[in-house]
Design a protein around this ligand. Sequence first.
Ligand code: GLP
Length: 261
Amino acid sequence: MEVVIRDSREAAALFVAKTIADMVRRKPHIVLGLATGRTMEPVYAHLVRFHREDGLDFSLARTFNLDEYVNIPPEHPQSYRAFMDRTLFDLINIDRRNTRVLNGLAVDANAECAAFEQEIADCGGIDLQVLGIGRSGHIGFNEPTSSFASRTRIKTLTPETLRQNAPLFGGERNVPRHVLTMGVGTILESGRCLMLVTGAEKAEVTAAAIEGPLTSMVTASALQLHRRATFVLDREAATKLKQRDYYEWVYANKPHWERPA
Ligand code: GLP
């Protein structure tokens, strides 16, 4: 696992955006796994800028989003479909038919999740999965105790996650209790994982994910099993790492051709 530490929130987001852009340039038919959340907003803003200023071309790219709320229509401003349209898809030249977000209104949630898995497989798998981390240590909406072998499925959110999301929905009782999420096992099958974490409030859980034991109580720790996972942190998110100096030393001594940004 690689740990990259940048001086600021902005620099960490730029690093992730440049890494994504680099992969899109190298493989125009790329299959991207995308994440939502505030952490991702500056990353997508950079991708939009690269598209406008440098002609970064998404016309052949396909995307699969990690998760979606159940019983929230796509046009609801807090749906992850709306988030993706607003922050990225409407602002770049991607073919909307190639952007797949789970349908939270599906009558048969199990069939929807199975179809999603099949579509990923039909595309040859996800080349690059972008990830954020929740305060409970979750990736996607794989709340604590999600199996490392799990596939895309319906999940019940923890009260902690409901509380976190309450301001966005105008109160806790309006927050959907169920979600559809890619499984940990699905995420682990992607070719590369790129996790971005910024801010002091996530320092503890990030250290648990990187340096703690493999445990389904912190589903991000599953990335320790991935053959190519990179954690990109700002300084604040890195404060609880025991091996921080070592990670910086490794990065400083990396051959220049391996440094994407
Ligand atoms: C939600 C999403 C996660 C995301 C997390 C963190 O739980 N399902 O994919 O990583 O929020 O969000 P933020 O970046 O806003 O802290």
